[in-house]
Each structure stands twice: as C-alpha cells, then as structure tokens.
Design a protein around this ligand. Structure first.
Ligand code: GLA
Length: 386
C-alpha cells in the first residue's frame, strides 16, 4: 500500500501540477451490538488497519475532479452548482458530504482528488463510511473548517441517508472517525457518549471470514428492518407512552405489547432489545477478561440475527456452523448489516492456523465458494498522513 500511495502521489503531481495532502480513514469491525445503533442502543466497534486513502489539493477554481484509482473512473463538477444524487454510485458519497458541509454553512472551493481503498467493498467493513469520513476530513483540513469529528460522523451518516438511500445508524461513521489504536469503543447511540476499552482478547485472536457474498439485498432490507423497529415502538407506546425507541423498552414491555404487533415485528424487537443487553454484558466480560463468555454471547447474537432479525444468509450461517465445530473457536457471528459480508470470530491463538484451514476447506466443500480471511489489526480513526 505504501508503494501504491507513492505512485498515486506521483500521478497526482503529473495530472494537477501540485502535491496532494493525504488522508486515511479506516473501515471498522464490530464486536457486538448489531442493528442496535438506529434503535438508540449500544455498539462496540473498532477502527481497523484497512482504509480509504484520499489525495487532495485545491484546484484554484470552482471546477472539481474526483478520480477513483481502483475503478479507473472520474467525475467532474462545479462546486458552486446544486448537487443531486447521480448514477455513478461511488460519486454520491462525495456529493453527499459536500452537500452536508454546505448545508451547515461552510464555504468550499474547487479541488482535485484521487482515492484508493483496501477495504473490500460489500463485505460489511464499512468501506462507504470510510469514504465519507476520509473525504469529509480532507475538506475540513483543506479549507480550514471548524467541524469536530463527531459532527463529521453525523454528516457522513446524513450523506448516506440522502445520497445513497440507506437509512443507516451512526456506528460506522463514528468508528471511522473516533476509533483508537488498540481499543474498542462502546458508544451509546442515544447520548453519543463513548468509552474506550482495551482490545485485549487474551489468548484469542479476532479473525474475519468473508462469505464472498456481496450484500446487495442489504440496502432495501436494511431500511425495512428499520421501519419494522419503528412499527414495534408504536405498539410498545400503547403499553408505555414513555418509550420512544427500542432502547427504552425491556422484554416485559415487549411481552405486554406482543398481542398488538405482527409476529415478525415482535421478533425484530425481541432481537434488538436482547442485543442491547448483550453489549453491556460483553463490556463487563471484556473488563473481567472473560473472553470465552464474549465468544458465547457472539454466538447468541448470530442466532438472533439469523432467526429473529433475519439478516443472515445461508453462506454466513454455514461459515459460523463450520467454525463452531473447530477446536479453539470460541465464538463468532455475522457482522454488519448482513445478507453477506464477513463473520467475526474469536479463535484461540495456537489454533488459528488450523481453524482457518478447516473453515476455508469446509466452506469450499459445503458451498463451492472460496472464503477470504482477514486478520485485521485495530487502528486509529480518520486523520491526515504525514
Ligand atoms: C450497517 C449500518 C450501521 C449498522 C449496521 C448493523 O453497517 O451502516 O449503521 O446499523 O449495519 O449493525
């Protein structure tokens, strides 16, 4: 990647005649707390060492150019003209962020930009959030704007809603902005208070297995899940008018309201309420160094995501099933929005190599698909590269 970055710098100088400044924004993993962020609940993500790299410099006019090195595509526009979503999917993340900054009253001028990423797309590692945050931070620095990182995360989220049509929660952008080397971070998505915990998994390593299924269904089904949770909240309000999100509801409230909601809505709510409790339990277990317990709870989450929330798929379930049968694997679950992407697993260090080969072989044998293995390290959030 370092050599590639040097090459892109050279290309930039050749194309635009100026040296770029370079920004890095990471993807994320999430230990626990899936589909809880938009229910005002808790999440426990961490930024990783796979990232988006943004090379940028002022253009000296209103004309702006975006170049995707990986896709070999480009897009021209005038920064002073009105913005609306376009057909070139990746461009929308940029336009969405510009739109947010401009709506907040920030003055932008034209720029030239190249970017590359080593975060696999559609793998549940938040490549799009990294793009939003890396680009946002680049504009903030380039034009000397006063935007705290938490506001940048919110803008990235809003850009995704408005320009990509995914009604995502705040977790991914938060992790990309606020991640800290060697730490996981527990975020309260209602108050936005957060706390770092050392990412110390003792005798265990985190390993990701990529199902190699790109989560295409994810956008539409994601928005449906969100709507179902909102429907659940309405029914819950009939038993307790103080409930404004699933975060405020408990399983007793849900049992009382069960008769007034559709069965599917009930299962969505049940999952979200239970998952929120699991985040708290995992934080306690981490602090107590009880990593086997963390693994056990991750398996409970997978079960809930698969059976109650129904955002898993045959491939992800197969990956978990194979891994669970391997000696040294103490827990795992699908990660991110679902319908494809990766599983996240805790595996005893001295068994990692063996488990990896068993999962790779087993997956190929069961479904005829190759799995990719990522052994990510936990890294800092967005920033300028020196
Ligand atoms: C996607 C969204 C996040 C979050 C997860 C599920 O990654 O972008 O906001 O909802 O799915 O936990």
């Amino acid at each position: 990647m370092i050599q590639k970055r040097e090459d892109i710098k050279d290309r930039f100088v050749e194309a635009f005649g100026t040296e770029p400044v370079v920004f890095r924004a990471p993807g994320r993993i999430n230990i626990i707390g899936e589909h809880t962020d938009y229910n005002d609940g808790f999440v426990l993500p961490a930024a990783i060492d796979l990232a988006v790299y943004v090379f940028i410099q002022r253009s000296g006019s209103d004309q702006s150019k975006l170049i995707s090195i990986d896709l070999d595509e480009s897009y021209f526009f005038n920064i002073k003209e009105a913005l609306a979503p376009v057909d070139q999917g990746w461009v929308n993340y940029f336009l969405g962020v510009i739109d947010q900054l401009q709506m907040a009253g920030h003055q932008l001028e034209g720029f030239n930009l190249m970017f590359t990423s080593d975060i696999p797309m559609g793998s549940g590692l938040s490549s799009s959030a990294a793009l939003e945050c890396g680009f946002g931070q680049a504009l903030i620095d380039l034009f000397d704007l006063n935007v705290p990182k938490m506001d940048l995360a919110k803008m990235g989220q809003a850009a995704e809603h408005k320009f990509a049509g995914v009604k995502c929660g705040i977790m991914d952008q938060f992790a990309s902005c606020m991640g800290k080397d060697g730490h996981v971070v527990r975020l309260d998505c209602r108050s936005l208070e957060f706390e770092y915990y050392p990412a110390d998994f003792k005798a265990y390593d985190l390993v990701l297995f990529d199902s190699n299924v790109k989560h295409n269904l994810a956008d539409s089904q994601y928005n449906i899940r969100r709507a179902q949770c909102e429907e659940g909240v309405k029914a819950l309000q009939s038993v307790n008018p103080d409930i404004t999100s699933l975060r405020e509801a408990n399983l007793e409230d849900l049992a009382e309201a069960q008769a007034s909601m559709e069965e599917v809505v009930y299962r969505r709510c049940k999952y979200a309420i239970e998952e929120n409790i699991r985040v708290q339990t995992v934080c306690e277990a981490l602090q107590a160094g009880e990593i086997e317990r963390v693994g056990q709870i991750m398996l409970e989450t997978h079960h809930g995501l698969s059976k109650d929330y129904e955002v898993s798929c045959k491939e992800l379930d197969t990956l978990i099933e194979i891994a669970t049968n391997c000696e040294g694997h103490i827990g795992g679950r699908m990660m991110g929005g679902g319908f494809g992407g990766c599983t996240i697993n805790l595996i005893r260090k001295d068994k990692v190599d063996k488990v990896i080969s068993q999962v790779v072989d087993g997956y190929k044998k069961a479904l005829g698909i190759d799995t990719k293995v990522y052994r990510v390290a936990i890294a800092d959030g967005v920033g300028r590269l020196k």
